[in-house]
Design a binder for this molecule. Structure first.
Ligand code: HEC
Length: 103
């Protein structure tokens, strides 16, 4: 019985290691919160208006800081401020991660 449990544990551990190795290889999926952003900043983070900045490849920490600044009103823009009011900390983290990962 004890042997059996060790075997099961081994299989689970193996599956866990395998899935975490796989997870690193899969590209970052677009977070749900990005659905509205891409209308202006583009699905690949490259905007199609000269007045909307590209986000692709921008530093993650910088993106997170800008989003928090927009949210707190430290950075003001009539288009951006309403975009971030309902974003959670986790959303902002995911958005920073996503847009910084785009090339
Ligand atoms: C209606 C168009 C529009 C939408 C939708 C929009 N943005 Fe923006 N965004 C802008 C504009 C315009 C600016 C430039 C603001 C300025 O001049 O300060 C900007 C700036 C930014 C910046 C700062 C970039 C920099 O280089 O400093 C970030 C980060 C950003 N947006 C992220 C987002 C995210 C994330 C979303 C979705 C939650 C979003 N935006 C939705 C128009 C938009």
């Amino acid at each position: 019985m004890k042997k059996m449990n060790n075997l099961k544990f081994g299989i689970l551990l193996g599956m866990f290691i395998w899935s975490s190795v796989q997870a690193q290889e899969t590209p970052i999926v677009m977070p749900g919160a990005a659905a509205t952003c891409i209308g202006c900043h583009g699905p690949q983070g490259i905007s199609n208006s000269p007045l909307w900045p590209n986000l692709a490849g921008q530093k993650k920490d910088y993106l997170i800081k800008q989003l928090n600044d927009f949210k707190k009103g430290l950075r003001k823009d009539p288009m951006m401020n309403p975009m971030v009011v309902n974003l959670s900390e986790a959303d902002i983290e995911a958005l920073g991660q996503y847009f910084s990962s785009l090339k």
